[in-house]
Design a protein around this ligand. Structure first.
Ligand code: GLC
Ligand code: GLC
Length: 814
């Protein structure tokens, strides 16, 4: 069952039924001002940091699930009837309801009683505000007398405090209202120098800023007393819960249409200019007024919207494909790229499943996310890499997370995840291949942000590599530390106290438990580092790295192979994890995927064997399960993984993040059919038809799909902010379609399904546009390349001479 459809032409998903199984959301903003908006206008906004600069309030895990947002009420002043064009919060039966989620904007509208109303919400580029463009049209035969009420609820800035510290909060709320603009200035009297404003393009008939007055006692957002009565009260909030609401009166002739613009913005004042006059407590509104007057000029909002559209045109044009599969095209060309930008902006901080108050930016997550967005925002990727590296510890180890506002590492979720350092090598490698900007390796970067500790970035990579060599276990495999990629495989935790954090508790010295996954990662990162090193002319050093890689491969063969698949780990007792010897958790996806993608076992058939086992034991129609059989009980020596009920999350859920590892593994053994088949199983667009089972948005990946041991097999959870976005983008574009960035040029190595006759792609790479045509002339994956009409050996399109604008590539597969 579907709840809407894709409008690929306009790059939108159109929701046609408001009561989707879960809120289907979108993001507004791509620089500093951000918002989350659901298909019924729910959600909230913040400036830079979802915890510390929350502009509007949102109550997570509400009932209904999604309540509170950017609401508008339309009231027929003759009949007294009122409704919300976005369905929530009044939930009246609407005609022609639609929600168009697009690139950085969302438009929601409907018709009720002959009155059509729709609102386009977006954040203009280079501004710290959001625009609501409301259009109301009278489709009746007679004139209409209407009132429009806007409403938002202000958050008292620190979202964590806002939802807990009520004994203080109920006394500190403050606002000012002047010329129809509502200013929220809680805590401005003391240390804050920022405030928010809510303005409207029309002359207002009234306003409200005290929630209890707007709603009335014992009423909810579905039935506010002010809207029912039809008259704002001009309430001024002192304490309690400040809101912003305007009332506008509209008289519309039959067929007449009017546009009203609302602006919700964030503004800072210099500390010495907070008040006007200076010795008063009156907010200095000059800057805010200036912004407001700029945006209330007719035509300005449309121009700002056009600019945003061009911005996305430009970003998405960097990689466009035309394949025989509509779901591939749609995800690569539009939604997957778009989601990668959301993970770049948000990391894992703010979605409808990440509350925006918990996690900073993950070291491992952020480095992997680079794979998906480095081609779109290379300068910002560069900055991200340098920020991440600056939190690295002198040992080469890493804090697991860092705070975006301070750019400092934090130990809130522990550190000593022994896979972390290698992701920096992977991230830097991706950046270098995309941009060819070798200068980044010479940037001086400190350790743990300590001034004076700077070394060139290159040395950070060297230390990352060494980190593992300094921490090998009894079998010569890397020690796992707190955990590796799988945060929940906690082999040194041994926690038996309820509520204790699996992420920060360690009760073992950690000198026994080893990770075959980190061994695979080491092989991949080591190869990458060797390539980088060779480019710096350090042949001898590169050889050392390769020697270590070869040694690790041999160790994996000896101690990391279980006969039919790669082992997962050794626990604190030196016992196997992910082996046929285990009663539960016999086979794990991580090592099958990562070892094969790293090329381990390609030469001796182990890769093929591991992928076969994966297909037989882990693959389902909804994707590939993390491990089997699921853990049916809690294992003290395994930790959080066994805390989840079977089939969910790391305990045998389909953790979509690692499916692309198997997909890439399949391309490495030349199996394009299997690779694309797996890709399709978790492709959200391909799952649109089963939206009632999948439940999450059909246009973005979710972190997890319930595995076959769960009662809700096939149900997705935790949409939007997941490493799944970057890895799938990388897998489909660089490995299945095979347009792969290399240190010396663009590699063309498609491993596509056998029944594809070919495909076309346009890829901008280092300033040059490559027009690529792939044609199948045989059943294999052997490539012959013609570049601008001339046959060349190999599968790398060499970098063209300076000044070249475009290159035509024809690849024939035999
Ligand atoms: C979450 C984390 C990621 C981790 C994964 C598996 O997605 O953000 O860092 O690798 O879970 O535990
Ligand atoms: C929890 C989640 C896991 C996540 C980890 C780190 O353990 O279950 O998926 O990776 O937290 O935040």
């Amino acid at each position: 069952m579907k709840y809407g459809y894709f409008d690929d032409q306009n790059r939108e998903y159109v929701v046609t039924q408001p009561d989707t199984p879960l809120p289907w959301i979108n993001y507004l903003g791509c620089q500093a001002y951000f918002g989350i908006i659901s298909n019924t206008a729910g959600g909230y906004s913040f400036y830079r940091d979802a915890r510390l600069r929350r502009i509007t309030r949102y109550r997570y895990n509400n009932a209904p699930f999604d309540l509170g947002g950017r609401y508008i009420y339309v009231r027929d002043d003759n009949s007294g009837e009122f409704w919300s064009p976005s369905w929530q919060p009044t939930r009246r039966k609407l005609e022609n309801y639609f929600c168009r989620h697009g690139m950085g904007y969302t438009t929601i509208g409907s018709q009720f009683g002959g009155i059509e109303a729709s609102t386009r919400y977006f954040v203009p580029l280079d501004e710290n505000l959001e625009i609501w463009q409301l259009t109301v049209t009278n489709r009746r035969q007679r004139a209409a007398e209407l009132s429009i009420f806007s409403v938002i609820e202000f958050c008292l800035w620190d979202a964590q405090d806002d939802s807990t510290n009520f004994q203080r909060n109920f006394s500190i709320g403050e606002v000012e209202v002047e010329d129809g603009i509502i200013y929220h200035k809680t805590e401005y009297r003391e240390r804050r120098n920022h405030f928010s404003f809510f303005a409207c393009s029309e002359k207002i008939a009234g306003f409200d800023t005290q929630r209890d007055v707007f709603l009335g006692p014992y009423r909810g957002w579905d039935n506010p007393s002010v809207v029912e009565v039809g008259r704002s009260t001009n309430s001024v909030a002192h304490g309690w819960a400040p809101v912003g609401s305007h009332q506008i009166k509209l008289f519309l002739q039959p067929g007449e249409s009017r546009q009203i613009v609302f602006l919700l913005g964030y503004q800072e004042n210099p500390r010495d200019q907070k008040f006007d006059p200076p010795d008063s407590q009156v907010l200095n509104k000059k800057r805010a007024k200036c912004v407001v007057s700029r945006y209330l000029v007719p035509g300005k909002t449309d121009a700002a919207f056009e600019k945003l559209r061009l911005y996305w045109d430009e970003l998405l044009s960097l990689c466009q494909v035309d394949t025989p599969d509509v779901h591939t095209n749609r995800m690569v060309n539009i939604w997957n790229a778009y989601q990668c930008m959301a993970t770049f902006n948000m990391s894992r901080s703010a979605s409808f499943y990440e509350s925006g108050i918990g996690r900073g930016l993950g070291f491992r997550d952020s480095n992997q996310d680079l794979l998906g967005f480095v081609h779109m925002v290379p300068e910002r990727a560069r900055e991200r890499i340098l920020d991440l590296a600056a939190t690295q510890l002198p040992t080469g180890g890493a804090y697991h997370q860092y705070q975006p506002l301070t750019k400092r590492g934090n130990n809130d979720v522990g550190s000593g995840f022994n896979d972390d350092p290698h992701w920096l090598i992977i991230g830097v490698g991706a950046y270098l291949k995309e941009t060819g900007d070798w200068s980044i390796l010479d940037e001086p970067v400190p350790y743990d942000n300590v001034p004076g500790s700077e070394t060139p970035l290159y040395e950070h990579l060297q230390r990352s590599f060494r980190y593992t060599l300094d921490r090998l276990g009894p079998h010569g495999l890397p020690l796992i530390g707190r955990a590796d990629w799988n945060d929940c495989l906690n082999l040194n935790c041994f926690s038996d106290s309820p509520g204790q954090s699996f992420q920060t508790t360690t009760n073992k010295d950690g000198t026994v438990a080893e990770s075959v996954f980190i061994a695979g990662l080491f092989v991949l990162a080591g190869g990458e580092l060797a390539d980088i090193t060779k480019h710096r002319g350090l042949e001898a050093e590169a050889c050392l790295y390769l020697a270590e890689v070869t040694k690790m491969k041999a160790t994996i063969r000896k101690h990391g192979w279980d006969g039919e698949w790669f082992l997962r780990a050794y626990d604190d007792f030196g016992r196997k994890v992910g082996s046929k010897e285990n009663a539960e958790g016999k086979i794990f996806i991580e090592t099958q995927g990562f070892c094969t993608l790293a090329g381990i076992g390609l030469d001796d058939g182990r890769a093929q064997r591991a992928l076969e086992s994966t297909r037989n034991l882990l693959a389902t129609k909804h994707g590939i399960i993390l491990q089997q059989p699921a853990y049916s009980k809690y294992y003290l020596e395994l930790g959080e993984i066994s805390s989840y009920p079977p089939g969910y999350k790391e305990n045998a859920g389909i953790f979509c993040h690692n499916n692309p590892w198997v997909i890439i593994g399949e391309t490495r053994v030349g199996n394009g059919d299997a690779a694309h088949d797996y890709y399709t199983r978790i492709n959200p667009s391909a799952r649109e038809e089963i939206s009632d089972v999948h439940r999450c948005e059909p246009y973005v990946y979710a972190q997890m799909i319930a595995g076959r041991d769960a009662c809700t097999h096939g149900e997705a959870k935790n949409s939007w902010l997941t490493g799944t976005a970057a890895w799938n983008y990388y897998a489909i574009t660089q490995w299945i379609l095979g347009i792969r960035t290399g240190y010396d040029g663009l590699v063309i190595a498609p491993v596509i399904p056998g029944n594809w006759r070919g495909f076309h792609a346009t890829r901008k790479f280092r300033g040059v546009t490559y027009h690529i045509a792939v044609e199948r002339a045989g059943n294999g994956n052997q490539v012959s390349l013609e570049v601008d009409g001339a046959l060349i050996p190999g599968n790398v399109v060499p970098l063209p001479p300076e000044g070249t604008k475009s290159v035509a590539v024809k690849a024939t597969l035999r």
